[in-house]
Design a protein around this ligand. Structure first.
Ligand SMILES: Cc1cc2nc3c(=O)[nH]c(=O)nc-3n(C[C@H](O)[C@H](O)[C@H](O)COP(=O)(O)OP(=O)(O)OC[C@H]3O[C@@H](n4cnc5c(N)ncnc54)[C@H](O)[C@@H]3O)c2cc1C
Length: 289
């Protein structure tokens, strides 16, 4: 591991000014479950690591906030999977958080770190995309909110500007009943990164939001508002055709050791049909008297 300076600021302004000063040579540290491994294997060689756990303005709370459920920068996967509001209103997010690593990893791993790492395989990304998540970023020129689909560029790269930190993630509160689910495919049982991830959310107005990952350089969100995909009576063969159009953003790497592009695309179609069916069934249960 190359030596680096370790900073543990107590104020957000100190952290953002360090990040602005060092630019790409600085790395924020949250749970460290991605960062420490990359420091050890030398694939990241920052001059300074900025630990966020001592910053007064940051916390791990999950808060109801003016039409949003707000997750602090330090909210862990364990916090998310255990929260009754998340399990009730955002079950795909609770399910995806429970897939991450092991108990030990989930106790450290943050939701925000999962997004900022920008892995195409990040388990919680499809659910957050399907629910319309917003990233709240603060930097030297203030705070901005941006839709998660505008945050990812490619593996390891986001649209955060120099000096910016993610201080929270916000999910809009549901305005109607909704059926939603998270699914994933891995090479083997036990701890493994996903070969395909998919989340699907269906609402009574016939809108289907489907998000998928691990099949290209970044997770992708696609929306069907024709009402056809959400129609329980439409045959699977027709749904498969609709899904193929929504999956146009999939471009799996031919060099991955985890799965071939052909396998990933085939599994994406399988998970797509399963996800739509499960979301429709959950919507029907939610609407049952
Ligand atoms: C054994 C093991 C198993 C794993 N299994 C899974 C899995 O099944 N699914 C999965 O999705 N992931 C998995 N991971 C990856 C990892 O646990 C998650 O991505 C985790 O959510 C990262 O969060 P963290 O708080 O540990 O981030 P960190 O490691 O602290 O940071 C990750 C990256 O985000 C940046 N960052 C962190 N917080 C901020 C912020 N507030 N603003 C700006 N940048 C920030 C850091 O600089 C770093 O580049 C696994 C990791 C390990 C070691």
């Amino acid at each position: 591991m190359r030596p680096f300076e370790y900073e543990r600021p107590s104020e957000l302004a100190q952290a953002t000014s360090l990040l602005a000063e060092y630019g790409p040579e600085a790395r924020p540290l949250a749970g460290g479950t991605d960062l420490i491994i990359r420091l050890r294997d030398g694939s990241l060689r920052p001059r300074v690591v900025v630990d966020m756990k001592g910053i007064d303005e940051l916390d791990g709370d999950i808060r109801d906030d003016d039409g949003y459920l707000r997750f602090g920068a330090l909210t862990t996967m364990t916090d998310i999977a255990a929260d009754s509001r998340v399990r009730r209103d955002y079950p795909a997010l609770a399910e995806s958080a429970l897939f991450v690593g092991s108990v030990q990893i989930r106790n450290r791993a943050t939701l925000v770190g999962n997004m900022c790492n920008a892995s195409p395989a990040a388990d919680t990304a499809p659910a957050l995309l399907a629910y319309g998540a917003l990233i709240v970023a603060t930097g030297p020129s203030g705070t901005r909110h941006l839709p998660l689909e505008e945050f990812f560029v490619r593996s390891g790269v986001t649209t955060l500007a120099r000096g910016e930190l993610v201080v929270a993630i916000e999910l809009p509160r549901p305005t109607s009943s909704r059926g939603s689910v998270h699914l994933r495919r891995t090479r083997r049982r036990g701890h493994d990164l996903a070969s395909v991830t998919l989340a699907c959310a269906v609402t009574p107005d016939g809108k289907t939001r489907i998000a998928y990952g691990s099949v290209g350089p970044r997770p992708v969100l696609a929306i069907d508002d024709s009402g056809r995909l959400a129609d329980p009576s439409l045959p699977d063969t027709d749904k498969a055709g609709l899904l193929d159009r929504l999956f146009a953003g999939a471009s799996p790497s031919p060099t991955s050791m985890r799965a071939s592009p052909e396998y990933r695309l085939a599994m994406l179609r399988v998970l797509g049909l399963r996800g739509v069916k499960a979301a429709i069934d959950r919507l029907a249960s939610a609407q049952a008297p």
